[in-house]
Design a protein around this ligand. Structure first.
Ligand SMILES: Nc1ncnc2c1ncn2[C@@H]1O[C@H](COP(=O)(O)OP(=O)(O)OP(=O)(O)O)[C@@H](O)[C@H]1O
Length: 345
């Protein structure tokens, strides 16, 4: 088995909604390797944030197991627990909400460095503060250090959030819609910064977004996982997923995406869904969660058993009985745990 940095094994999560438990994550299995970028894409409410929060230890799974460097995160104690707490950092969608408005940049960045005793003396602190700002292209550092969050642009605040997450030298970043609040050109530049951080520091990243083109751009030579109603329905290398989508939901997402200026992949044909509305989690469909909307729906097949995530080709897995039915000899439940691509380190 490969050495995953973060591993989710058959993870499920239920929340109490209207007085009863509602299953929002079902049977998610996923490995993320050191230095790998995985983008998780899907419509609002499909469970992306909850997945990220479970990895960061902020939401406990109801079933299954989340592990970090091979150890179940609920069993970590002492030095191992500290290594995990610092090793996995979350960057929020809205940096305004997560940055203390009454603190200057200097104090925002110095707090974790001091709290976790990551600098020994004042000179080291000064060097590290500047290093952090430079690593996210927030310059001139001396000027930025004196500012309050409201004196920064949206893009600069986002960079500050990333710098704060990096202050504790994590090995894994959960970036939850980290660029959705800023303009397109700033988005691209922040995304390039994330990619550079991966290249320079071997940082692994789970990038959460509802935008498939963005998911692909950030993943680069990493993977994209597509989520629907709390399940990963398809996962593959980013280019492969865009060029050869297998799950009808991925095809529908692609067809609904605006043209991607960064890609020369051919435009996909329009997909006519059987219905547009996403089913409520309170009334989860039997069988494949996508079947009420799926143009390839086969009665008696798709509305009976939940399709397993099946390896359809090397580094590509799909949970669609109709698709996999035409591709015999596939391995259930394996592809989400494939080895990291050789180019991802
Ligand atoms: N603490 C909670 N209590 C009850 N329900 C919750 C809680 N957190 C999330 N949910 C529900 O879980 C489902 C998945 O939410 P989640 O935020 O993970 O989805 P998402 O794909 O990240 O959505 P978005 O793109 O809108 O952020 C939603 O129906 C949401 O209402």
């Amino acid at each position: 088995m490969s050495d995953a940095l973060v591993r989710l094994e058959h993870v499920g999560k239920s929340f109490l909604q209207k007085g009863r438990p509602v299953s929002v994550i079902e049977d998610v299995t996923l490995d993320i390797h050191p230095g790998e970028i995985v983008s998780l894409v899907g419509e609002s409410g499909c469970g992306k944030t909850t997945t990220g929060r479970m990895i960061a230890g902020l939401t406990p799974p109801s079933t299954g197991r989340v592990s970090y460097s091979g150890a179940d995160i609920t069993r970590l104690r002492g030095a191992e627990r500290r290594a995990y707490r610092l090793g996995v950092q979350l960057v929020h969608q809205d940096p305004y909400a997560s940055l203390n408005p009454s603190q200057r940049v200097r104090d925002i960045l110095a707090a974790p460095l001091k709290r976790h005793r990551l600098v020994r003396h004042r000179d080291e602190l000064e060097v590290r503060l500047r290093e952090l700002l430079q690593s996210v292209d927030l310059t001139p550092a001396d000027e930025v250090l004196t500012k309050f969050p409201h004196q920064l642009s949206g893009g600069q605040r986002q960079r500050l959030s990333i710098a704060r997450a990096l202050s504790v030298r994590p090995s894994f970043l959960v970036a939850d819609e980290a660029v959705s609040m800023v303009d397109v050109s700033i988005r691209i530049s922040i995304l390039n910064t994330l990619r550079r951080l991966r290249d320079e520091h071997g940082l692994a990243i789970l990038f959460i977004t509802h935008d498939l083109a963005l998911a692909r751009h950030v993943a680069g030579n990493g993977r994209v996982g597509v989520m629907y109603l709390g399940r990963i329905v398809e996962i593959a290398d980013a280019d492969e997923l865009i060029r050869h989508p297998q799950h009808p939901y991925t095809r529908a997402l692609l067809a609904a995406s605006p043209p991607d200026p960064l890609s020369n992949a051919p435009r996909s044909a329009p997909v006519q869904l059987r219905q547009d509305d996403i089913p409520s989690l309170l009334a989860r469909p039997a069988g494949c969660p996508f079947h009420p909307r799926c143009p390839q729906f086969v009665a008696g097949v798709c509305d009976t058993a939940v399709p397993a995530l099946v390896t359809t080709s090397p580094r590509h897995a799909t949970a669609c009985t109709v698709f996999t039915g035409f591709h015999p000899g596939m391995t259930p439940d394996a592809a989400a745990t494939t080895d990291a691509p050789s180019g991802s380190h």
